[in-house]
Design a protein around this ligand. Structure first.
Ligand SMILES: Cc1cc2nc3c(=O)[nH]c(=O)nc-3n(C[C@H](O)[C@H](O)[C@H](O)COP(=O)(O)OP(=O)(O)OC[C@H]3O[C@@H](n4cnc5c(N)ncnc54)[C@H](O)[C@@H]3O)c2cc1C
Length: 476
């Protein structure tokens, strides 16, 4: 965000609520076979920065307004009509029920996982998995010595599978004495087993004192944090439509977050230079057809391939699974990461593990715990296993292309000055391929592809390449 000129380092410092010293990953292993017990994995530089989200949103809003943008609060999207020369969007101001309209060159759909546009684009295809997550921001209430706010509990299980779920905790320190606690599980989509959040909250309050000693009556609850975090299992970069003429989805609406760690925000931020540069190029040259916009996406083949792991964490509905199994799988993988240098674990958790690292880890896991392969096959079934082979082949192909054409991104940049003015569509295609070869396999190359840092947003005059919205009804 700083590299893109959206924030100064000082502005970002001001929205950081806390940085912790170290984060832990530990899964219950009392009932695991010896080969599936693991030490604590330390990841000091993963999820270590707590951001004050309200402050961040406020600053972003101010910057958008300073750049000539407008924000319509409490306004619901109704419909978008796309014509050859522009897109018209209709909304409704909820408190007054007044209709609102605007038009522009391009509509960006950032309405999240339940976006009606994304549903329409993908013919109602449902999610492949979901993590029901409940939790809270706790102002205070833990006795001294229960948890030191220098540490984060990134992933922790304190028991085995019960009632068809392997529950996992997360705990992150925030500003002052604040602590955020989550409880979640990987959940198979099944009509008879919706994965109720209310039931999860019942469990949350019942077992929180088992996880971290506390008296619920003494806790000061600040806010509830909950949601379904859905995931799509992509085989290749093209199996989800994220664009239409003059329309493009980003963030959760595009559903290209990691299917294993579900870090949708992280995925968007990591791919921000790629998305921004490509979108800016498309807008400057009016290349706004679906064929131009659809390849502008945060897809990473090295991340898509991990969906099989998330499948291994789900207990299929109506199936009995030995209670220790999910913990045993998690411990096998996290035990391997704990035995590797810290950079390896960091790359895995930050969506940057490459083909060699992935294969090395998979082979090591199979050697340490051969029954793992059988367990995954049991959990996933033959059909999904074959489907996954498609993801793996795509990942392998992308990794080979990235290696074979490693010189393409810098070559492309060297052609920009003459190619872009002569053939903008070819330039956009070349740039898209450059990003696919780098960011697309988890190898961001900011030194080659980085957009030149722009002046701070407050100093930018409204850019003609930005969407020009003409509000028909003025907001209050
Ligand atoms: C409990 C929980 C914990 C999470 N933890 C992490 C984490 O640690 N790291 C991480 O990277 N990600 C995490 N995520 C995922 C992350 O929150 C999302 O990936 C991210 O918020 C996606 O951003 P977005 O802008 O695409 O969509 P959203 O944040 O979902 O924003 C969509 C917006 O569109 C609005 N909207 C929807 N429909 C309409 C409509 N019809 N009209 C008008 N407006 C509409 C919504 O009100 C909302 O403001 C977590 C999610 C949950 C639920």
């Amino acid at each position: 965000m700083i590299d893109l000129g959206l924030f100064t380092p000082a502005e970002f410092e001001a929205v950081i609520a806390r940085e912790y010293v170290d984060g832990f990953h530990k899964f219950f292993d009392a009932n695991n076979p010896p080969q599936a017990k693991a030490p604590v994995l330390h990841t000091p530089t993963v999820l270590n920065v707590a951001i004050d989200a309200e402050k961040l949103l406020r600053v972003c809003g101010e910057k958008l307004r300073a750049a000539g943008g407008e924000i319509w609060d409490e306004t619901e999207f109704v419909r978008a009509d796309i014509a050859a020369d522009g897109v018209r969007v209709q909304g409704i101001h909820l408190p007054t029920q007044a209709p609102r309209q605007t038009q522009g060159r391009l509509l960006i759909d950032a309405m999240g996982t339940a976006s009606p546009i994304a549903w329409q684009l993908n013919g109602g295809r449902t999610f492949d998995s979901v993590c029901p997550t409940v939790g809270a921001v706790i102002d205070s209430g833990f006795e001294p010595g229960v948890w030191d706010s220098q540490w984060g509990d990134v992933l922790n299980s304190h028991g085995d599978i019960s009632r068809g779920r392997q529950l996992i905790w997360e705990l992150f320190p925030g500003r002052g004495s604040e602590i955020t606690v989550y409880l979640f599980h990987y959940h198979q989509i099944h009509p008879e087993n919706p994965g109720s959040l209310l039931e999860m909250y019942e469990d949350f309050f019942t077992i929180l004192p088992e996880y971290r000693r506390c008296n619920l009556d003494q806790m000061k609850w600040k806010k509830a944090t909950f949601g379904y975090i859905p995931g799509h299992f992509s085989i290749s970069g093209g199996d989800r439509q994220t664009a239409f003429d003059r329309l493009m989805a980003i963030g959760d609406a595009a559903s290209l977050q990691s299917p294993l760690v579900f870090t949708g925000f992280g995925s968007l931020v990591r791919n921000l230079p790629r998305l921004t540069d490509l979108l800016d190029t498309a807008l400057r040259h009016d290349l706004l057809k679906a064929s131009h916009l659809n390849p502008i996406r945060a897809f990473q083949s090295n991340i898509a391939v991990t969906w099989m792991f998330s499948k291994g964490m789900m207990v299929p509905t109506h199936r009995f699974l030995a209670p220790y199994k999910v913990n045993a799988m998690l411990n096998t993988f996290f035990g391997i990461l704990a035995s590797e240098p810290p950079e390896v674990a960091e790359r895995f958790v930050k969506d940057r593990a490459g083909w060699l690292a992935f294969n090395r880890m998979a082979l090591k896991a199979a050697r340490i715990n051969p029954s793992l392969l059988l367990w995954i096959w049991e959990l996933a079934g033959t059909k999904d296993l074959l489907r996954w082979v498609g993801s793996y082949v795509n990942f392998t192909l992308s990794a080979c292309l990235s290696w074979l054409f490693s010189g393409l991104p810098s070559f492309a940049r060297s052609t920009q000055s003459w190619l872009e003015p002569r053939n903008p569509a070819l330039w956009l295609w070349l740039l898209t391929q450059s990003y696919a070869l780098t960011y697309g396999v988890g190898k961001p190359q900011p030194e080659i592809l980085k957009i030149k840092p722009r002046p701070q947003v407050t100093e930018i005059p409204a850019s003609p390449s930005l969407m020009k919205a003409t509000p028909v009804a003025k907001p209050d």
